[in-house]
Write a protein of this length. Structure first.
Length: 288
């Protein structure tokens, strides 16, 4: 992998990943077909644009990328639209900027994660408190409300069993590289000749989102509603995912997906972690 990625190119890739995710029909989440949960798609577009320069700037640590991007988002829209996205994308962007040409992208990412510091943890904790995500609560160990004296890697390692974003840090983003990216490529290939490039990408993105939802309980849903309801949502996703793969025309799934979208939003269910993982998958695909 050659380090020919400039800050401007990384900003563009980040914005493209954020916007591509918004163009896909993602039930329960905000997307181009429907707003939801008191938020509109314009909030997310503005958030991506505002945070891009901060997250992709040169000569920053991962913690600085996270805090600066969250602060820029808050200044732009005043609500938490992208904390999970920033937490996932900051290490990916850092690895792309600081890469060893003799290593793969994931190997460079592993180096980035292993070098995270106490200062990175402190800045990330400040960013989390600034964003004030729903269902944050308190932790028994390394709570973001308390002074931290461990690295960001250790902080995420401890939190990995209750938060799938933290799990990525502890497991070298294996959900992205070993599940999401192969699924994205498979879906792109499945409908390569069906529609234009933009539509093909949008349907492939929907499949990645459904894939994450069907594979594991969304940890954002667990925090807000409990594991039983999260399991029910996962089972609903599996039915839709099976219907998707069984058909030859993805557009025929639009109606049932929109119906499920309305049902989730009526129940105030937002599978936000799965959406965040989808953005990270798109960014990794674009960078690779």
């Amino acid at each position: 992998m050659q380090n020919n990625l400039t800050s401007a190119r990384l900003q563009a890739a980040y914005i493209l990943a954020c916007r591509a995710e918004l163009m896909a029909l993602k039930p329960g989440n905000v997307h181009v077909f429907a707003d939801g949960h008191g938020m509109v798609i314009e909030d997310f577009i503005a958030s991506a644009d505002a945070s891009a320069a901060a997250i992709a700037a040169l000569n920053l640590s991962v913690g600085e990328r996270i805090f600066n991007a969250v602060e820029a988002t808050q200044n732009a829209v005043g609500i938490n639209t992208n904390l999970g996205i920033i937490l996932l994308c900051a290490p990916l962007i850092h690895a792309a900027l600081c890469c060893d040409a003799g290593k793969t992208f994931q190997q460079n990412l592993n180096d980035t994660l292993s070098q995270l510091t106490v200062k990175d943890a402190q800045l990330t904790a400040q960013a989390i408190l600034l964003a004030n995500p729903a269902g944050l609560g308190a932790a028994s160990k390394y709570d973001v409300h308390a002074p931290l004296n461990v690295s960001l890697f250790v902080m995420m390692q401890v939190a990995q069993h209750k938060d799938r974003i933290a799990w990525q840090y502890a497991n070298n983003f294996s959900d992205i590289f070993e599940f999401g990216l192969p699924l994205y490529e498979k879906a792109l290939d499945r409908w390569r000749d069906f529609s234009n490039k933009g539509q093909n990408q949008a349907w492939a993105t929907t499949m990645v989102y459904l894939g994450f939802l069907a594979r594991q309980c969304d940890t954002h849903v667990i925090r807000k509603h409990g594991e039983a309801l999260a399991t029910s949502v996962m089972n609903e996703a599996r039915e839709l995912e099976a219907g998707f793969w069984a058909g030859d025309n993805p557009k025929l799934m639009q109606k049932p997906l929109l119906a499920w979208d309305a049902s989730l939003k009526t129940r105030n269910i937002n599978p936000g972690t799965s959406a965040d993982l989808t953005v990270a998958c798109l960014l990794a695909a674009f960078l690779a």
